[in-house]
Design a protein around this ligand. Structure first.
Ligand code: HEM
Length: 401
């Protein structure tokens, strides 16, 4: 039985653990592609956009749909984001463009190529270690250590501080269980902000060639970026870089273990790492949704969205839209074309897409070269979140090639 969307609350993280998600998205795309999620408790109602074309249209329209009052359900339903206008992802217009340009300088492919090489080497070393050991938890023993070290290197975060940043990230974005409180989430967020206030101060006095130094000393319209903007953007980099990439890598292991034909295709070199990476990103879609607030009446997918309404775009549905993907429920590492929107679309398209891809491809390449068989040894543990789809634990045995 596919759940009736009218009775569901997509703001409630528990919903994502309880329902048949692919079935729900299929039903919404077919019956109510721009669906109204009724108000529940203290939360106002909001629009749920599930078709690829409508999500793309919403992502592109940053004139009528702003990010400045939040870009995920949690902040959108509160009515504001405390980093509004001060953090790239929740800024719009000229300032967004100027800060994005400043940050892009540190994210140019020429600079990132050497980082991608380090990612590969680090992933291979981690894989070699767990293969030798036999059994491992792929989430905590491997995936947890890859992206945080990449963004850590880019921002020159001392190695000893990185484990606590992963822990704070986990608490901020996706609570591991329903018992973790909102207070815990809030405290973790403040820890990260405080941490980067201190580190940015050091970099201002003593700059290096890292991204944090670029933010702390860079000029926007001839003026240095204010301290709070440096801190909020550092926070968003550490959060953005870490969690989504981890979730894609963990999801890749699970998908390969469940689809042995595709695992063989990868091992035999029948599919390229590049196309396999795109399919893993589509299949796992770690950032389930992003959202906007309407600042004018606007039509979307045949629905009138009123000025002030919250609109959420569900990448996790759009990436399985049968109007765009042939046989979308098939995990097909050779899929071309693959117009997934796991990294969003338009003016806020993911700044770290190159790095996200580098993380996933390093895992796929490492598995292809070093592993013969993947055995899942116990049930994976899903995150408790309405935003991030993924697993906090995945016990596996990786046999040597
Ligand atoms: C934006 C997904 C990796 C930093 C976004 C957006 C998505 C996304 C969907 C659009 C948000 C919106 O429209 O409101 C992902 C996924 C990743 C990933 C699935 C990995 C598999 C990274 C990495 C970094 C990063 C590695 C940093 C190094 C950012 C930033 C933005 C962003 C700063 C805001 C861009 C802007 O507003 O102009 N990401 N991301 N992400 N991402 Fe990523």
């Amino acid at each position: 039985m596919i759940a009736d969307p009218a009775t569901l609350d997509l703001a409630d993280p528990q919903t994502f653990l309880d329902v048949d998600l692919p079935g729900l998205w299929r039903r919404l795309r077919a019956e109510s592609p721009v669906h109204w999620n009724e108000p529940r408790g203290d939360n106002p109602g909001f629009w749920v956009v599930t078709r690829h074309a409508d999500c793309v249209a919403a992502y592109k329209d940053n004139k009528n749909l702003t990010s400045e009052r939040g870009n995920v359900l949690t902040t959108l339903l509160q009515g504001h984001d405390s980093a509004s206008g001060k953090m790239l992802a929740v800024s719009d217009g000229e300032h967004h463009r100027a800060v994005r340009n400043l940050m892009l300088k540190s994210f140019s492919p020429r600079f990132l190529e050497s980082v991608a090489e380090q990612v590969k080497a680090r992933t291979r070393a981690l894989l070699a270690e767990v293969i030798e050991r036999g059994s491992c938890d792929f989430a905590t023993d491997v995936a947890d250590h890859i992206p945080i070290n990449t963004i850590g290197d880019l921002m020159d975060v001392p190695a000893a501080d990185r484990p606590k940043l992963v822990d704070w990230n986990n608490r901020t974005l996706s609570r591991i269980s329903s018992e973790d409180s909102q207070m815990d989430e809030w405290l973790a967020r403040n820890e990260i902000l405080l941490y980067f206030t201190e580190l940015a101060d050091q970099r201002r006095r003593n700059p290096g060639d890292d991204v944090l130094s670029a933010l702390a000393n860079g000029l926007v319209d001839g003026r240095p970026l204010p301290e709070d903007e440096v801190v909020f953007n550092s926070y968003s980099l550490i959060l953005g870089a870490d969690e989504s990439s981890r979730m894609s890598s963990i999801g890749a292991i699970l998908a390969l273990a469940e689809n042995t034909g595709q695992w063989r295709a990868l091992k035999n070199g029948d599919v390229s790492i590049a196309s396999a990476t795109e399919e893993v990103l589509r299949w796992t879609t770690p950032a389930m949704h992003f959202g906007r607030r309407a600042v004018a009446d606007v039509e979307l997918g045949g629905q009138l969205i009123r000025d002030g309404d919250v609109v959420t775009m569900w990448n996790s549905s759009a990436n399985f839209d049968e109007d765009v993907f042939d046989d979308p429920a098939r995990f097909d590492l050779g899929r071309t074309p693959n117009r997934h929107i796991a990294f969003g679309f338009g003016p806020h398209f993911c700044l770290g897409a190159y790095l996200g891809r580098a993380h996933v491809s390093s895992v796929l390449e490492g598995l292809r070269d070093l592993v013969s068989e993947i055995h899942v040894e116990g049930p994976p543990t899903r995150l408790y979140s309405n935003f991030v789809y993924g697993y906090s634990s995945l016990p596996v045995r990786l046999s040597p090639a």
